[in-house]
Write a protein that binds this ligand. Structure first.
Ligand code: NI
Length: 137
């Protein structure tokens, strides 16, 4: 099996805040990330698919197709947006990297043709990233 990765970047703002908790509890839990007006990140997204190279093309997936899919289904919907307010598929979730990565997975999983989605890696800062590989793997 061969693993193939497409990298994309986007900039977005968010606020980590749980409406079920009090203001004080939110500040204690999320610290500066709970600031009322949010803050921004330059996110790096890596989408990895896995499969066997096709006989005729030598490709697991045509990276042009993967690029287009990731841009149209994800990047266009989150780039320069406020993740708490502007993104339908994140409504009602706390937009941590964990939850964002899982939401991206749910969107891309059924739309990738030929290969199988293996992982979503989302880097929020130079030092912090998460990786989601679906429920079972
Ligand atoms: Ni943040």
């Amino acid at each position: 099996m061969v693993y193939v990765t497409r990298r994309e970047t986007f900039s977005a703002s968010h606020r980590l805040y749980n409406p079920k908790l009090t203001e004080e509890q939110n500040v204690e839990l999320f610290d500066k990330c709970a600031n009322p007006n949010g803050h921004g990140h330059n996110y790096v997204l890596e989408v990895t698919v896995v499969g066997n190279p096709e006989q005729d093309t030598g490709y697991v997936i045509d990276l042009k197709d993967l690029k287009q899919l990731v841009r149209s289904e994800i990047i266009q919907k989150v780039d320069h947006k406020h993740l708490n307010h502007d993104v339908d598929f994140l409504k009602g979730t706390i937009p941590t990297s964990e939850n964002i990565a899982r939401a991206f997975w749910e969107i891309l999983q059924s739309k990738i043709r030929g290969a199988r989605l293996f992982s979503i890696r989302l880097r929020e800062t130079e030092n912090n990233s998460v990786e989601y590989r679906g429920e079972t793997s």
